[in-house]
Structure formats: C-alpha cells, structure tokens
Write a protein that binds this ligand. Structure first.
Ligand SMILES: Nc1ncnc2c1ncn2[C@@H]1O[C@H](COP(=O)(O)OP(=O)(O)OP(=O)(O)O)[C@@H](O)[C@H]1O
Ligand SMILES: [Mg+2]
Length: 401
C-alpha cells in the first residue's frame, strides 16, 4: 500500500516541528517535504508533487492565501488543509475560497488531523491506502482463564503480519496482566506512564513509549506495581485510546475480567468486541449475564461477537447449537483446543506464528486476523469450522462425480 504523500508549510519553527512529529506518527502518511517560507514553498511542492498539503496560515495570512491559490491551480487534486489558531469566520471563508479543502483549528487534535487527512486521501488518485482512524478490538472473557490473553496476543501478532496493518496491544488486566510474558518482552514504559503523560505526548513520542515486538506488534503493558492500578483513570485512558487510534490501524485490548471503568471505556470505544467463552455451563451463563448487563449501554451489544475458545476440549462440552440457543445469538468464531501449542508458546514467550506456524490453531487465528481486518484470502472460510463445516463435509459426496 502506498502512503499519502504530504508536504508541510509553516514558517513558525515550533509549530512546524510539532506538526512534523504528529504526522510522523501516522503510518499511512509519508512526509515528502516541509518548508518555512510561503513564497518559496510553491517550488518545494512542485518537486514533491504532494497529494496533501498542510499549511499553517498564522505567520502571514495574505501570503498563505496566495500560496493556497497557487497550489490549488497547479495541483487541483491535492487536498489543502489550512491550520490556524484563529476561528474567525471571515478568515476561514477566505481560506476556503482560495482553495483549501479542510480547516483545522490549532492546537491540533491528533484525531482531527487524521480525520481530515482521511477525507483528503479519499479524493486522491491513489485512494485506498489512506490514513484511517484505527479500529479498536476489545478481547473480553466470560470467565477467568478462558483464554483472552492467549487469543489477544496471538491475534495481534497474526494481524501484524498483514501488509499495511500496524497493531498495538494493550494489556488492561492491571493487576495480573501477562501479555508481556507471552511476548517475552521487558517494556520500558507502561500504561501508567502513558496515561499520566497523555496531555504531553505527541504521536511519535507515544509510539516510542510502546515496546515493539519482533512480530511487529507494539505493546503497552499493565503498570509494574499493584498499587499503581488505581492511578490510571478512565478519562486519561480514553485519551490514550484516541491517540493510539490515530497512530495504528488496529488496537487490540486484552480486558480484565472485572469489567471495571477502564474495561467499560474500552467496550464503549471499541468497534468490535470479541467475547471469549468455552462451551461449559458457567461460561455460557456468564455470556448471557454479560449480554443482559451490557444491553443497558447504547450500541454496545451489537458490537459483540461470541468466540468459542478451546473448541473440542472434551466430549462433555455443550454442543454449538445448544450454546447458540442458550445465548440467543450465533457463534461468530471457534478456536480449536490445543493446549500443548498454546502453553508452549506462552511459557517460552513466543507467539504461535513462530512457535507452531503450521498447527491448526495458528491457521485458525490467522484466518480470524484476516477476517478482523477484512483481508479476504483464498480459503478464508475457516470460521465455518465446527458444525457448519461438518455439514459441508457430510454432503460433499453429492457434488462428487
Ligand atoms: N485454544 C486453546 N487451547 C488450549 N489451551 C488454551 C487455549 N487458549 C488458552 N489456553 C490455555 O488456557 C489457559 C488460560 O489462558 P489465558 O491466560 O490466555 O486466559 P485468560 O482468560 O487471559 O486468563 P486470565 O483470566 O487469568 O486473564 C492457559 O494455560 C492457556 O495455555
Ligand atoms: Mg489474561
């Protein structure tokens, strides 16, 4: 995927540097050129042929407007985004009439910038690889030990293998979270550091605070000390999520089982919620209870996808059909039971894509990763494992000969 080619013009050094930092943290943008003089910027832009131009107009409004007009004529397809600390109607009108497509008020909100770049990117020739605000996938569990961390970590690693995807993994099990163990990493910073400094962080600094695993996943682990748990509040955490969304294509969040304020913040912000369960009565009963409780929050249950983990664990498991009847919903996905592969990977801190690349559970999680990123690959109907696939096999003789 090609990144959106961007040029920046801002005569004020401090705001120009801030702007550069901000865009450098956005994966799908490539900073081609930057200039500090309105009068010379036209020539700079000519060499780089940008698809989007960010112009801070505050240093000299008239010169900036003249530049916008020239750029508009020379590069009619380029999306010009004007930035100003002023919100005066007349100024904004002049800017828009000169040819700017977007206006952003300074100081810049990272999400607002990504959204503007996203809109601009949709209209350019190479649309497709455009800045997109990331999607949040919350991985929740219906009971302790149901496999949320195993699946969140391995899903994140599998998604990170897909070209064009950038993945951050957040461990929200603030007391006993072990996502770092699964990835054998010793992070320098934790969720506590990032949440406490969120107002001072720009996108590049934020990325640097996360620990990059060799799979490509960026990890934000739980705080080190148990007593630090209380210090992370949900409004700071909400801001962390927003910033991370501007910087990654997907955030995978391993929720705690306490459904506390941070878990609920994530569930509300999430685009997809994978609710993991096993096919036993206590788990299924909790699924029903969770669905009923979460029904009170707007639009939340519609985002929930039920995922059966450790499918085929023992013969006494409740059947898929009975489980669906009990829950009153379809099962979205089933992940097979493979204790030796999962526990080996876990104990050695190696994701399944490296420790057991060919096992059925790894292939299943890769298919889930493709499904969650809408990345359709051949034979990507693995979600039909279990009864549906069984039915296909039973009747497959009909199509033979
Ligand atoms: N698909 C699977 N097949 C076999 N074993 C699995 C599978 N998924 C998870 N496990 C095993 O289940 C146990 C619990 O897994 P994990 O720690 O991921 O669960 P969890 O829901 O995050 O637990 P906690 O509630 O403590 O956070 C581990 O021993 C793990 O190896
Ligand atoms: Mg866990």
């Amino acid at each position: 995927m090609s990144a959106l080619r961007l040029a920046i013009c801002d005569p004020a050094e401090e705001t120009r540097e801030n702007l550069k930092h901000l865009v450098m943290g956005i994966d799908s943008v490539c900073l081609e050129a930057d200039g500090s003089r309105y009068e010379f910027f036209f020539d700079v832009a000519k060499q780089s042929e940008p698809e989007a131009v960010l112009i801070n107009i505050d240093s000299d409004i008239d010169a900036a407007i003249e530049l916008i007009g020239k750029l508009r004529n020379e590069f009619p397809k380029a999306g010009i985004i004007a930035i100003s600390s002023s919100t005066e109607g007349q100024t904004i009108l002049r800017i828009m009439r000169a040819g700017a497509r977007e206006f952003i008020n300074a100081p810049i909100d990272a999400q607002e910038l990504v959204a503007a770049l996203e809109r601009v990117g949709e209209n350019t020739s190479a649309a497709g690889a455009r800045p997109k605000s990331g999607r949040i996938i919350a991985v929740a569990g219906s009971s302790g030990g149901v496999g949320t961390t195993s699946i969140a970590v391995n899903l994140a690693c599998s998604m990170a293998q897909i070209p064009g995807e950038s993945i951050a993994l957040i461990d929200l099990d603030l007391s006993l979270g072990d996502a770092d163990v699964f990835l054998d990493s010793i992070p320098e910073y934790t969720l506590l550091d990032v949440a406490q400094n969120v107002s001072r962080l720009d996108l590049s600094l934020l990325r640097k605070s996360l620990t990059k695993h060799e799979s490509g996943v960026f990890l934000l682990p739980r705080p080190v000390q148990l007593q630090d748990m209380e210090t992370v509040n949900s409004s700071d955490f909400g801001r962390v999520l927003k910033l991370l969304k501007a910087s990654f294509t997907h955030l995978i969040v391993d929720l705690s089982k306490s459904y506390n304020a941070l878990d609920l913040t994530t569930l509300q912000a999430a685009d997809d919620i994978l609710l993991l369960t096993q096919l036993d009565l206590p788990c299924l009963r909790n699924v029903v209870r969770l669905l009923t409780s979460l029904e009170t929050i707007d639009n939340l249950v519609d985002k929930i996808k039920i995922v059966v983990n450790r499918s085929g664990l023992d013969n006494n498991q409740i059947s898929l059909k009975k489980a669906e009847e009990h829950i009153g919903r379809e099962i979205f996905w089933q992940i097979p039971n493979n204790f030796s592969a999962v526990s080996e990977g876990r104990n050695n801190g190696i994701p399944l894509i490296d420790s057991s690349p060919n096992s059925s559970i790894t292939q299943n999680i890769i298919a889930l990763a493709n499904r969650m990123t809408n990345n359709t690959v051949e034979g990507d109907d693995d979600e039909e494992i279990g009864e549906k696939k069984e039915k296909k096999r039973l009747f497959s003789f009909l199509s033979k000969g």
